[in-house]
Design a protein around this ligand. Sequence first.
Ligand SMILES: CC(C)(COP(=O)(O)OP(=O)(O)OC[C@H]1O[C@@H](n2cnc3c(N)ncnc32)[C@H](O)[C@@H]1OP(=O)(O)O)[C@@H](O)C(=O)NCCC(=O)NCCS
Length: 171
Amino acid sequence: MEHTVALTHTESSEFILSGDLNSLGYLFGGKLVSWIDKVGAISAIRHVRGAVVTLSIDSLIFKKPVTNGSILTIRASVNRAFRHSMEVGVVASTLPPGSKEPVHVCTAYLTFVALDANGKPKDIPPVIPETEAEQRRYDQALIRRNHRLSLAEQLGKGKRPDESPRPPPLP
Ligand SMILES: CC(C)(COP(=O)(O)OP(=O)(O)OC[C@H]1O[C@@H](n2cnc3c(N)ncnc32)[C@H](O)[C@@H]1OP(=O)(O)O)[C@@H](O)C(=O)NCCC(=O)NCCS
């Protein structure tokens, strides 16, 4: 079975309305994070064809505010798969009202873990990069993963205690 990056491409758009805004009149960041998590999870599920949980969202940068009436587009794809985990890259761009040029507003990297029917981490097939950009993201994903694991180890948080309960598997 083929497992290309292209098969994990996921895109979703939102029309930003007044109920989505913070007190400054810009899109509330938590709402954007929730959409990023959802689109990222769909991309990860497309790769493993099964249940996943979000382990981390990092390097999330809000580069530009999103205004009322904008069309926000979120794109995600799996950058690289490891044994039980995979990194998904997410980019959000916006088309402000009356504008023709999309503006890059946010980037984030999410780590998802694939779970088996018992809620235990399960092996993930490798993802195949086919383009130059996919290969670059694939190479950079390893550098970011090494940073995450090395930071967790230095902080003494490399492993969760065995007695910690696991969440039940997703349907
Ligand atoms: C995700 C979860 C199942 C992982 O459990 P765990 O006991 O840490 O499992 P493992 O030690 O086997 O690690 C699983 C994977 O996470 C990776 N991992 C663990 N800590 C990491 C970190 N800080 N950064 C990056 N990857 C990490 C491990 O390297 C492993 O991946 P690999 O096999 O590809 O190397 C567990 O932490 C959990 O249930 N978290 C809650 C998830 C959740 O509720 N999410 C929100 C809603 S979906």
